[in-house]
Ligand binder design. Structure first.
Ligand SMILES: Cc1cc2nc3c(=O)[nH]c(=O)nc-3n(C[C@H](O)[C@H](O)[C@H](O)COP(=O)(O)OP(=O)(O)OC[C@H]3O[C@@H](n4cnc5c(N)ncnc54)[C@H](O)[C@@H]3O)c2cc1C
Length: 417
C-alpha cells in the first residue's frame, strides 16, 4: 500500500481544487491532489463552449483552455496529482488526518496530512429528484451527462429534444444540440422566471429561436422503450391546468433541474452540513465544523461562474496555510434575513476582507441589500436587478464594519428590501 505524508491533501482536481492546491504550495506547504477521473480539470473539461475566465484571466476561454492555464501552473510547481483515484474516507483527528483513496495506479493509498480541502464539485438532480410521471423509457438524461457524452465521448444523445428546467447546463446543451443538427423543441420551466443566467437565455435560446415555456411543467414522459413524447402542462397560480396540456413529439428528454454539492464524503467525515446549500457549514476561513477540513467551489455551494470558484479555492488554500501555521482570527455568525435563501460563509471576520455570497429568493429591480449587526444597520447597498439564478457577491472590508465589542453576539444579518 502506498503511504505518503503532506501538509495538506486536496480532494478533487477541478477549478476549486487546483486553485486551492496552488495557494497551499505558494504558502510554502506540501500538498497533493487526489482526483477520481483519469484526467484533471473537473467539469470544465466537458464545457467546450466559451465564456470562462473573463474575471480571472481577462480572456474569453473555453472550459478546457481555462483548466489548462491552472494545470500548467500545478505542473510547473511540481504538485503531486493522483488521477484515477477516488477518495473513500477521511479519518483521524485534529492535525492528524488520513485520506484513504483507491485507484488504478496504486490500489489503496493512504495520505497523512494536517489539513484537508474538500473540492469534489457537485452532482445533478435527476428524474427521481423531481418525480415526473410516466413510463421509464431510454432517452432521459441529465443535461451534464448528455454534455459529457457529446463533448468527451463523441455520442449524440438524441435528435428531437425537450429540455426540462432552464438551468445553465440545459440552456448550453439546447444550443449545442442545435449546432450539431438536433431539433430542440422547447425548454420547459416550472418557475415564472428562468433559472439560468440572463446571458445564457439570450445566447443559447433567443439566438436560436428555441421556445422557453415559463410556468409550465412536463407532466408525463411517454414511450414504452425509447422516449416518444412528453405532455407539457401550463401552471395557473402554481396549479397544473391539465385541460390546456399539449403534446411534444421527441426522442430525448434532458433534465436541467439543479445541482447538489457532492457531500457523501463530508457527511461520512461528520461535517455539519448547511440545509440550504447541501454543502458544509463553514466559518470565515472556509473551514468546516471539523477542524482542519476546509471546503471550496461547488462542493460548498453551487457557483454561477468559474472565476469565483477559483477565487474561493485560492482563499481556501491560503486559509489552510494559516491554519497550518496555527493562526486564527476573531469571527462572528452571519444569518440570512428576508428574501435570501442562503448565505455563504456562515461566519465573518471583521478584521479581514470578507467575500460573501447570497442567493436571492425574489426577482426585483432596484432592490436594496441591508446589513445589520445585532439589529443595527451599518450598510445599505443598491442592487439594480436581482433574481434567484444570479448570486449576489458582496465584498466587505474591515473599514466598513462598526466597532464591535468582543463578548457580544455581533450577528450580521443580511436582508433584501
Ligand atoms: C455545464 C456547465 C456549464 C458551465 N458554464 C460556465 C460558463 O460559461 N462560465 C463560467 O464561468 N462557469 C461555467 N460553469 C461553472 C463552472 O465551470 C463550475 O462552477 C466550476 O468549474 C466548478 O469547479 P469545482 O472545482 O468546484 O468542481 P468540478 O469541476 O466538478 O471538480 C470536482 C472534481 O472533484 C472530483 N471528485 C469528486 N469526488 C471525488 C472523490 N471522492 N475522490 C476524488 N475526486 C473526486 C471530480 O471528479 C471532479 O473532477 C459551468 C458549469 C457547468 C456544469
Amino acid at each position: 500500500m502506498l503511504e505518503k505524508s503532506y501538509d495538506a491533501v486536496v480532494i478533487g482536481c477541478g477549478a476549486a481544487g487546483m486553485a486551492a492546491a496552488l495557494a497551499v504550495h505558494e504558502g510554502g506547504r506540501s500538498v497533493a491532489i487526489v482526483e477520481r477521473e483519469d484526467f484533471p480539470g473537473g467539469i470544465l473539461m466537458q464545457c467546450i463552449h466559451n465564456g470562462f475566465g473573463i474575471h480571472e484571466f481577462g480572456a474569453d476561454l473555453t472550459g478546457p483552455e481555462f483548466a489548462e492555464r491552472l494545470l500548467s501552473k500545478l505542473l510547473e510547481a511540481g504538485i503531486d496529482i493522483y488521477p484515477d483515484t477516488s477518495v473513500m474516507d477521511i479519518s483521524g483527528g485534529k492535525d492528524a488526518r488520513v485520506v484513504t483513496a483507491c485507484g488504478a495506479a496504486h490500489g489503496v493509498i493512504r495520505l497523512a496530512c494536517r489539513a484537508v480541502v474538500l473540492a469534489m464539485g457537485c452532482r445533478e438532480r435527476n428524474r427521481g429528484n423531481v418525480a415526473i410521471a410516466g413510463s421509464r423509457p431510454a432517452g432521459v438524461f441529465t443535461a451534464g451527462l448528455a454534455q459529457r457524452l457529446m463533448n468527451l465521448d463523441g455520442w449524440l444523445p438524441g435528435r428531437r429534444v425537450v429540455v426540462i428546467g432552464s438551468g445553465d447546463i440545459g440552456l448550453i446543451m439546447a444550443r449545442r444540440l442545435t449546432l450539431v443538427g438536433a431539433k430542440v423543441l422547447a425548454v420547459v420551466e416550472i418557475m415564472p422566471y428562468p433559472s439560468g443566467l440572463a446571458r445564457n437565455i439570450s445566447q443559447c435560446l433567443n439566438d436560436f429561436s428555441i421556445p422557453l415555456h415559463l410556468s409550465h411543467i412536463v407532466s408525463r414522459i411517454i414511450g414504452p422503450e425509447r422516449v416518444e413524447g412528453v405532455m407539457v402542462t401550463p401552471l395557473v397560480d402554481g396549479v397544473p391546468d391539465y385541460a390546456r396540456s399539449f403534446h411534444l413529439s421527441c426522442d430525448t428528454v434532458l433534465l436541467s433541474v439543479g445541482l447538489i454539492p457532492e457531500n457523501e464524503l463530508s457527511r461520512k467525515a461528520g461535517i455539519p452540513l448547511n440545509d440550504d446549500t447541501g454543502g458544509p457549514r463553514v466559518d470565515a476561513d472556509l473551514m468546516s465544523g471539523v477542524p482542519g477540513i476546509f471546503a471550496c467551489g461547488n462542493v460548498l455551494h453551487v457557483h454561477d461562474l468559474v472565476d469565483f470558484v477559483v477565487d474561493e479555492g485560492r482563499r481556501c488554500g491560503r486559509a489552510a496555510v494559516r491554519y497550518l501555521a496555527g493562526e486564527s482570527v476573531r469571527q462572528f455568525r452571519i444569518a440570512a434575513g428576508a428574501s435570501l435563501r442562503h448565505i455563504i460563509p456562515n461566519y465573518y471576520a471583521p478584521d479581514r476582507e470578507n467575500i460573501i455570497f447570497m442567493r436571492p429568493m425574489i426577482v426585483k429591480n432596484d432592490a436594496v441589500l441591508s446589513l445589520k449587526i445585532d439589529g443595527t444597520e451599518f450598510k445599505r447597498k443598491k442592487l439594480l436587478h436581482i433574481q434567484p439564478s444570479e448570486m449576489i457577491r458582496l465584498v466587505l472590508k474591515p473599514a466598513e464594519f462598526p466597532a464591535l465589542e468582543d463578548g457580544r453576539e455581533n450577528v450580521l444579518e443580511a436582508a433584501l428590501e
